[in-house]
Write a protein that binds this ligand. Structure first.
Ligand code: ATP
Length: 208
């Protein structure tokens, strides 16, 4: 089967439940920013490997989770049947994870994993006293870029969660992920032996 079906040429595309919407629908904004975030994490992973900072395994897991969040976004709750949403929808509260098919309810466990990772990394970082500018080598700067795209993905997902189209766990995970990526950027900077560049209030150059 060819990758180009040409069905998107008129500016609409399909969701996982078969529904077609214009490509500027919020759901595609959210899908697009999640996809962009995963692509950036792929680049960050390459730099992490080059710099030998050991962050790449965690980032790969995050990319897999983003894939699940993408499926969650692409399958609006109200207009999707159980065959698309998965076995555990409506959620079975006795089940620890409800990440069957396209439902995304991690019971807080994947988010907790991010918190543990943040706490571990923070232990060996100096306390934050200033604004940090995206900097600190290629891995660090790419992680900062990923962090800012993560926040855009969160902005896109918030209204969809508000409308009941996307699961709340996806939103909570993205919120924690931006903190994890910020901390990972700091850890990568430290590992590369580069000073964090901090914000200093700019003053006019002499003669200006
Ligand atoms: N511009 C876009 N931004 C974000 N997500 C998109 C966009 N276009 C498509 N998608 C999503 O990605 C999925 C795969 O993309 P694909 O390129 O096959 O879609 P298409 O443009 O509708 O089809 P085709 O490229 O074959 O004409 C789509 O089913 C849709 O959910």
């Amino acid at each position: 089967m060819k990758i180009y079906t040409k069905t998107g040429d008129k500016g609409t595309s399909a969701l996982y439940n078969g529904e077609r919407r214009p490509k500027d629908d919020l759901v595609f904004e959210a899908l697009g920013s999640t996809d962009e975030l995963s692509s950036l994490l792929g680049l960050a992973r390459e730099y992490c490997l080059e710099e030998g900072n050991g962050l790449e395994t965690r980032l790969e897991k995050v990319q897999c989770i983003l894939q699940d969040i993408g499926s969650n976004i692409a399958t609006p709750r109200a207009t999707s049947g159980p065959s698309k949403l998965g076995m555990n929808y409506p959620y079975d509260r006795t089940v620890r994870f409800n990440i069957g098919k396209t439902a995304f309810d991690d019971g807080g466990h994947l988010t907790k994993e991010l918190e543990v990772w943040i706490d571990e990394m923070s232990e060996s970082l100096p306390p934050l006293k200033n604004f940090i500018l995206p900097s600190g080598g290629k891995a660090s700067s790419t992680l900062h870029l990923a962090r800012s795209v993560c926040r855009r993905a969160e902005r896109h997902i918030v209204p969809l969660v508000g409308q009941g189209q996307v699961d709340t766990s996806s939103q909570i995970y993205l919120n924690r992920l931006s903190d994890a990526l910020f901390t990972a950027a700091r850890a990568a900077s430290k590992n590369s032996g580069r000073d964090e560049v901090i914000y200093r209030r700019p003053t006019p150059d002499r003669g200006a």
